[in-house]
Design a protein around this ligand. Structure first.
Ligand SMILES: Nc1nc2c(ncn2[C@@H]2O[C@H](COP(=O)(O)OP(=O)(O)OP(=O)(O)O)[C@@H](O)[C@H]2O)c(=O)[nH]1
Ligand SMILES: [Mg+2]
Length: 339
C-alpha cells in the first residue's frame, strides 16, 4: 500500500488489504470489502490456500508483546503439546495463562487434573494452567473469570503455535460475551492468521490475536494439504491398542512405520485421528513398506509416548527398541507418557 491513509486490514486474518495484485497477500477485488479474497474463500467455500510465514516476523511480534505488561494467553493443542513448551515463556516475561485446548479430541477417560499436573511438574512459570475445548464450549466461562483475575490492562494477547485454536477461541469469546460481530478466519491449515488483530469484547477487555509460531517439524507443514483434514482429529479419538512382539510393526496410512525391534511383549496405543488406516505387520523384517522414509531409532523406557508432531502420539508401555520411518522433515520425540 502506498498511501498511508488507505491502509485497511482484513478483519479475518489481519493482512493489509490491496486491490492491485491478485497473486499477493491481502488481495481483494475492492477495498470496500472487509476481508481478503483468501479469507473469503476459506470462510465461504472451505477452500484453503497455504501461506508460509517466517518465524522471524513472529518473534518480533512476541518481543513487542513482551514490552507490554499485559496478560498473555498461551494456547496450545493438547494433542500436539510442544516439545519445548517453555520456548514462548522464555521469550516474554508477561503474566501468562497456559490454555490447553482441544480437550474434546482426547478420550473422555483422560482426567483433566492429570493433564494439569503433567504440565505443572515441568516447573514453567504460568499463573495458571487451564484445560478447555473451544468446540465443546468447555471451561470458557472459567477461562474468562481467570482472564479478569489476572489482566493488568484492557488488553490481553493470545499467542501460541499455529493451529492451536487461537482465533477459534477468540471467536468463541466474541460469540459468548460480546455484541461485536467480527469473525476471525479459522482453518485446519497452519498460518491462517497473518497479522495481529485487536478485537474489543467489551469495555473492559480487548483480545489481540496473533499469527502462530510455525512449528517447522509439524507434519502439517510437510504433507499434501488435501490430507490435512484427514489427519486432524475432529472427534474424540478412539485409541487403538496393538500388542507387539519384536519383528512386528505398525503402519499408519503411508505416513509412518514403527518397527518393534527388541524388547518384551509390548503394548502400543495409538492416539491419532480415527480416519487414519492403521495396520500391523507380522514378520516385518521381510517387508519393505515405507522403509524408503528416513529412519530414527529410539530406546524406549517404561511408559513413554512416541510423539509424531502434528499427527498424534503412541503410548508404549514397556521398555524396548523401536525404529521409526517417516518423512525426514517431520519431528518425532519421546516423552514421559501424557495419559
Ligand atoms: N477438535 C477441536 N478442534 C479445534 C478446537 N479449537 C480449534 N480447533 C480447530 O483447530 C484448527 C485451527 O484453528 P484456528 O483457530 O485457525 O487456529 P489458530 O491458532 O488461530 O491458527 P493460526 O492462525 O494458523 O496461527 C481449526 O480446524 C479449528 O476448527 C477444539 O476445541 N477442538
Ligand atoms: Mg489464527
Amino acid at each position: 500500500m502506498n498511501n498511508d491513509e488507505q491502509i485497511k486490514t482484513c478483519s479475518g486474518c489481519g493482512i493489509v488489504l490491496q486491490d492491485q495484485n491478485v497473486l499477493q497477500e491481502g488481495y481483494t477485488t475492492s477495498l470496500e470489502n472487509d476481508i481478503c479474497q483468501r479469507c473469503f474463500r476459506m470462510k465461504n467455500y472451505g477452500e484453503y490456500q497455504v501461506v508460509t510465514k517466517s518465524n522471524e516476523e513472529y518473534l518480533n511480534i512476541l518481543k513487542s508483546v513482551g514490552e507490554t505488561k499485559d496478560l498473555v494467553l498461551y494456547i496450545t493443542d493438547l494433542l500436539n503439546l510442544e516439545k519445548n513448551i517453555e520456548q514462548i515463556r522464555n521469550i516474554i516475561s508477561n503474566k501468562m495463562i497456559l490454555v490447553l485446548n482441544k480437550k474434546d479430541v482426547l478420550p473422555k477417560s483422560v482426567k483433566e487434573t492429570k493433564l494439569i499436573k503433567y504440565l505443572e511438574e515441568k516447573n514453567i512459570c504460568f499463573e495458571e494452567v487451564i484445560v478447555i475445548s473451544v468446540n465443546k464450549n468447555y471451561n470458557i466461562d472459567y477461562l474468562l473469570k481467570k482472564i479478569k483475575l489476572y489482566q493488568t490492562s484492557k488488553k490481553v494477547y493470545v499467542v501460541g503455535h499455529t493451529n492451536a485454536g487461537k482465533s477459534s477461541l477468540i471467536n468463541k469469546l466474541i460469540q459468548n460475551y460480546s455484541t461485536n460481530v467480527q469473525e476471525l478466519t479459522m482453518s485446519p491449515l497452519p498460518s491462517t492468521t497473518l497479522n495481529t488483530i485487536s478485537i474489543e469484547i467489551n469495555e473492559y477487555l480487548t483480545l489481540i490475536d496473533t499469527p502462530g509460531l510455525v512449528d517447522t517439524g509439524s507434519i502439517l507443514n510437510h504433507i499434501d494439504p488435501s490430507m490435512i483434514k484427514k489427519i486432524s482429529p475432529r472427534k474424540e479419538i478412539k485409541p487403538k491398542t496393538f500388542q507387539l512382539k519384536p519383528n512386528q510393526s505398525i503402519i499408519i496410512e503411508d505416513i509412518v512405520r514403527i518397527d518393534y525391534i527388541e524388547g518384551e511383549k509390548n503394548s502400543f496405543t495409538l492416539f491419532v485421528s480415527n480416519d487414519l488406516k492403521v495396520k500391523r505387520l507380522l514378520n516385518a523384517s521381510n517387508k519393505n513398506e515405507l522403509k524408503e522414509l528416513s529412519k530414527i531409532t529410539y530406546a524406549v523406557k517404561y511408559d513413554e509416548d512416541l510423539v509424531i508432531n502434528g499427527l498424534g502420539f503412541v503410548k508404549i508401555v514397556n521398555k524396548g527398541l523401536i525404529d521409526v520411518y517417516i518423512d525426514k522433515n517431520v519431528e518425532t520425540f519421546m516423552r514421559k507418557s501424557l495419559i
